[in-house]
Design a binder for this molecule. Structure first.
Ligand code: CDP
Ligand code: CDP
Length: 241
């Protein structure tokens, strides 16, 4: 098998494309997308961070989660800036204030799927995401990237991973942050959020018809990235880019 750097070398100089990565929580989307973007010199777009940033603001302002009008208004008003960072994924700023760590809080985890259910909220976020991908050269990850945001993306990956392994990964992360969440609590939180994301009316989490499923339950981060790079390379070759 070719190494990651060999694969990357053969991709440089090609026309910049859009790579869409979707999947359930903790399936490895951010890690894979960030590494891929770094290797290709592409922009990394963490769309989940945008919905999380809005949710953080909604909680801070004490807006009623059922008040769709106010949620949509806030979505339009706030300024979100994502700044790629090797160690932390994306640094996130809302109206100039850094909220990188606050958006990963249990409170935001609890409410983000409710905020992201609202049609007008999604329309605003999708508009901003498309603007960022206008010139191509982007690896975007989320829930609706291949189905709604960039339906014409040349490469679409749907990452899957067993619930047990996803829980183990998030539990390990929590311990590194000195959080005392149990595996049972993490499992409940992930399952609840996945269910809400899968069953919502607008842009539910689902595989695009033309997406390639990649189960990374037994793959390391590097192996997952290698596989995706191979898929990217094959797609480029197939259309002679
Ligand atoms: O990192 P994790 O997979 O836990 O979540 P995330 O990617 O940060 O996304 C947080 C939440 O934002 C998801 O559970 C969805 O409710 C919402 N989201 C969405 O609706 N559409 C996207 N494109 C990305 C995230
Ligand atoms: O973005 P998403 O919620 O889908 O997942 P992530 O934040 O990229 O990954 C969740 C955790 O799993 C991180 O701590 C990754 O380092 C880890 N991971 C892993 O151990 N093996 C993989 N193949 C992919 C991710």
């Amino acid at each position: 098998m070719k190494s990651l750097s060999e694969n990357c070398k053969s991709l440089s100089g090609k026309k910049p494309i859009i790579i869409a990565i979707d999947g359930p929580a903790a399936s490895g989307k951010s890690t894979t997308a960030r590494l891929l973007a770094k290797r290709l010199g592409y922009l990394y777009l963490d769309t989940g961070a945008m919905y999380r940033a809005l949710t953080w603001k909604v909680l801070k302002e004490g807006v009623d989660m059922r008040d769709k009008k106010s949620l949509a208004k806030l979505a339009k008003e706030i300024k979100i800036r994502l700044q790629s960072n090797d160690e932390m994924g994306s640094r996130v700023f809302l109206n100039g204030e850094e909220i990188t760590f606050s958006i990963r809080s249990p409170q935001v985890n609890k409410y983000v799927s409710l905020v992201s259910m609202v049609k007008e909220v999604r329309e605003e976020m999708v508009r901003r995401q498309r603007e960022m991908g206008r010139k191509g050269g982007i690896v975007a990850e989320g829930r609706d990237i291949g189905t709604v945001v960039f339906p014409k993306a040349l490469v679409k990956i749907f990452l899957t991973c067993s619930l047990e392994e996803r829980v183990r990964r998030r539990w390990k992360e929590a311990r590194e942050r000195n959080s005392f969440l149990t595996k049972k609590e993490i499992k409940e939180e992930l399952s609840r959020r996945d269910k809400l994301d899968r069953e919502r009316e607008f842009s539910p989490l689902r595989k695009a018809k033309d997406a390639i499923v990649l189960d990374n339950t037994f793959l390391s981060i590097n192996e997952t990235t290698e596989r995706v790079l191979k898929i990217v390379k094959n797609s480029l070759q197939s259309i002679n880019l």
